[in-house]
Design a protein around this ligand. Structure first.
Ligand code: SAM
Ligand code: DTB
Ligand code: SF4
Length: 323
C-alpha cells in the first residue's frame, strides 16, 4: 500500500487529487477492504436505505444536459407534462411509504422553479412530511429566497448533482455552469437543508474526472449527507445515446472511493441498476453503497422492480434501513 492510506473514518475536507487517484487505482482488493472497513465503522453494513422517486413535472426542460430524456434540446420522444397536482403526489407518496420507502424524492424538469410554482411545491413538502417520510426535492437551480422558503417548509434534502468533473462539465452541458451548481448547493446549505449531491459515470469521462468529481464533493465545506452515483442510462435521441458504457469494475471503484472520501455520507447506488447484474450490485454494497431507489420507475427511466430487489436483499442478507 502507498501513502494514500486514509485515516480510517476520519472526516477530511482537504483531499488532494493525487491521494484520491492513488486510492482509485489501488489493487481492487485493497481498495474494497479499505472501503468496507470505513463503511462498517460508520454504518451497519447489512442495512440499505430505500428512497422512492416521483417526477412531479416531466420533460420540456430548457437545459441541454446531454444525458437527459427531459431536455427540450433532444428528440427523446418524451411527452412533456405540467406540474402534478398536490393530491396526486401525496397519493403516490403514501403508496411508496406503504411499500417501505423512507425518503420521497420529487423531481421537476426545470432550469429553476418559477415563483408561481412555489406554493404547490411547499404543499408537497408539508404533505409528504405529514406521512412520516423524509422529503427530498430536485428542482434545478435555486436562489437564496427559494432555498429559504423550502427550508422553512421543512424540506429535509435538496438534490442537485455536480454530475461530473469541472473539466468535463462543458462537454455535457452548455446552458448552465459547474459554478452555477456550486452556488445552488451553497444556498441550500445556508438554509439548513441537507445536501444530496453526486453525479453520473459512463459519460465518456476519464478516470481522473470521476476522481475530481468526488474530490470536489469531499472538499465542500460539509460533505453532502447523500451522494448518488448514477450509471448513465443511455437515452435514444440524446447526445450520449451511444456513449461507451463504464467497465463494471471501474464503477465499483467509484463507489468505493466515494465511501472512503465521505465516510459518514449515504452513498446511493442510483440510476442504472437495471443494467447491472446482481453480482455487480453486491460488490457495490460491499464497496460501501448503502442507499438505492426502489420502484420500477426512476423519473422517466426503468429501475428493477420491488420483487427483484426484495429477492436480491434476501440473497445478500440485507435489510431496509428504518428511520
Ligand atoms: N432538473 C433538475 C436538475 O437538473 O437538477 C432535476 C432532475 S435531473 C433529471 C436529476 C439528476 O438525474 C441529474 O443531475 C442526473 O445526475 C440524473 N440523471 C438524469 N438523466 C440520467 C440518465 N439518463 N442516466 C443517469 N442519470 C441521469
Ligand atoms: C439522482 O442522482 N438520480 C435520480 C435523482 N437524483 C433525481 C434521477 C435519476 C434519473 C434517471 C433517468 C430518468 O429516470 O429519467
Ligand atoms: Fe433539465 Fe435537470 Fe434534465 Fe438538465 S438534468 S435537462 S436541468 S431535467
Amino acid at each position: 500500500m502507498n501513502s494514500a492510506r486514509p485515516l480510517y473514518g476520519d472526516i477530511r475536507q482537504n483531499w488532494t487529487k493525487e491521494e484520491a487517484l492513488a486510492l482509485y487505482e489501488a489493487p481492487f482488493n485493497d481498495l474494497l477492504f479499505q472501503a468496507q472497513t470505513i463503511h462498517r465503522r460508520n454504518f451497519d453494513p447489512n442495512k440499505v436505505q430505500l428512497s422512492r422517486l416521483l417526477s412531479i413535472k416531466t420533460g420540456g426542460c430548457p437545459e441541454d444536459c446531454g444525458y437527459c430524456s427531459q431536455s427540450s434540446h433532444h428528440e427523446s420522444g418524451l411527452k412533456a407534462s405540467r406540474l402534478m397536482e398536490v393530491e396526486r403526489v401525496l397519493a403516490e407518496a403514501r403508496k411508496a411509504r406503504d411499500a417501505g420507502a423512507t425518503r420521497y424524492c420529487m423531481g421537476a424538469a426545470w432550469r429553476s422553479p418559477k415563483d408561481r410554482d412555489m406554493d404547490a411545491v411547499v404543499a408537497m413538502v408539508e404533505g409528504v412530511k405529514a406521512l412520516g417520510m423524509e422529503t427530498c426535492m430536485t428542482l434545478g437551480m435555486l436562489d437564496g429566497a427559494q432555498a429559504a422558503r423550502l427550508g422553512e417548509a421543512g424540506l429535509d434534502y435538496f438534490n442537485h448533482n455536480i454530475d461530473t468533473s469541472e473539466r468535463h462539465y462543458g462537454n455535457i452541458i452548455s446552458t448552465h455552469s459547474f459554478a452555477d451548481r456550486l452556488q445552488t448547493l451553497a444556498h441550500v446549505r445556508e438554509c439548513g437543508i441537507k445536501v444530496c449531491c453526486g453525479g453520473i459515470v459512463g459519460m465518456g469521462e476519464e478516470a481522473g474526472d470521476r476522481v475530481d468529481m468526488l474530490v470536489t464533493l469531499a472538499n465542500l465545506p460539509e460533505h453532502p449527507e447523500s451522494v448518488p452515483i448514477n450509471m448513465l442510462i443511455p437515452i435514444a435521441g440524446t447526445p450520449l445515446a451511444q456513449a461507451d458504457p463504464i467497465e463494471p469494475i471501474d464503477f465499483v471503484r467509484t463507489i468505493a472511493l466515494a465511501r472512503i472520501l465521505m465516510p459518514k455520507s449515504f452513498v446511493r447506488l442510483s440510476a442504472g441498476r437495471s443494467a447491472m447484474t446482481d453480482e455487480m450490485q453486491a460488490l457495490c454494497f460491499f464497496a460501501g453503497a448503502n442507499s438505492i431507489f426502489v420502484g420500477d420507475t426512476l423519473l422517466t427511466a426503468g429501475n428493477p422492480g420491488e420483487d427483484h430487489d426484495a429477492a436480491l436483499f434476501r440473497r445478500l442478507g440485507i435489510e431496509a434501513l428504518e428511520i
